[in-house]
Design a protein around this ligand. Structure first.
Ligand code: DAT
Ligand code: MG
Length: 237
């Protein structure tokens, strides 16, 4: 347990430090949060939330008011359970057919209700060149050109979801590539009929997830935060 806490803490510190390097505007709040980490022995994972509140306050009305909120924030977070799971991230996109059919909220709610956390989202119309980069591993397939034409034909809702096992389980929520073979209860099984209009994309492994997140999002577009629900979603008895 203790080593998990230290692992999570060091991850938090690393991400805070790298974020502060990449974003000078946020530097003050983040550095202060890292410094505070050393004073919160035994309650390390709450620092992320604390930091986010401090950063928010800092961006709203300056560091002074953030400093004034510290005792209250520390008190409010005192009861939060330490969530020590190593959380992973996956890239999920609702393709133009899913967007046009009004399935955004239906699809998002399935990931949300499961307990996964949304950490990035944007609506974009990818260029054909961008679509070809996204599907580069399929460039030898006969449907590659049509697939890239289709992905770049309209708005795509690009997202990053976070959670324990989210890459593999995200694929389970999505269902088999061909909706004719997807189980009922899955997104494609319930909401799509043919492979050429299967409404959603999900990364198929850790390496793909990393590459696809980097292709679609700038690091600063990924929002690290602690959800209030996490203490109810994660835990061991
Ligand atoms: P998935 O989207 O399940 O990861 P994939 O990576 O093999 O599947 O293929 C990417 C997309 O290409 C898929 O969502 C739909 C399209 N596609 C796959 N196989 C196809 C086929 N046989 N005919 C037409 N389109 C296909
Ligand atoms: Mg794939």
């Amino acid at each position: 347990m203790r080593s998990q806490i230290y692992r999570t803490a060091s991850r938090t510190v690393k991400s805070l430090l790298s974020a502060s390097r990449s974003s000078p505007l946020l530097c003050e709040g983040r550095t202060a949060a890292v410094a505070t980490l050393t004073t919160f022995r035994g309650r390390i994972p709450t620092v992320t939330s604390f930091h986010e509140r401090a950063q928010y306050k800092s961006s709203q009305s300056g560091w002074l008011s953030a400093a004034l909120t510290l005792p209250a924030a520390a008190y409010m977070l005192h009861d939060q359970e330490a969530h020590a799971a190593e959380l992973e991230r996956t890239f999920i996109a609702i393709k133009p057919d899913g967007v046009q059919r009004g399935l955004i909220s239906e699809i998002i709610s399935r990931f949300e209700r499961k307990g996964f956390k949304l950490v990035a989202i944007k609506l974009v119309v990818p260029s054909k060149d961008f679509a070809q980069r996204h599907y580069h591993d399929l460039k030898e397939r006969p449907f590659f050109n049509g697939l890239c034409d289709f992905l770049s034909s309209g708005p795509v809702l690009a997202m990053v979801w976070e959670g324990e096992g989210v890459i593999k389980y995200g694929r389970k929520l999505i269902g088999a590539t061909d909706p004719q073979k997807s189980e009922p209860g899955t997104i494609r099984g319930d909401l799509a009929v043919v492979v050429g209009r299967n409404i959603i994309h999900g990364s198929d492994g850790p390496e793909t997830a990393k590459d696809e997140i980097a292709l679609w999002f700038e690091p600063r577009e990924l929002v690290s935060y602690t959800s209030n629900a996490e203490k109810w979603i994660y835990g061991a008895n």
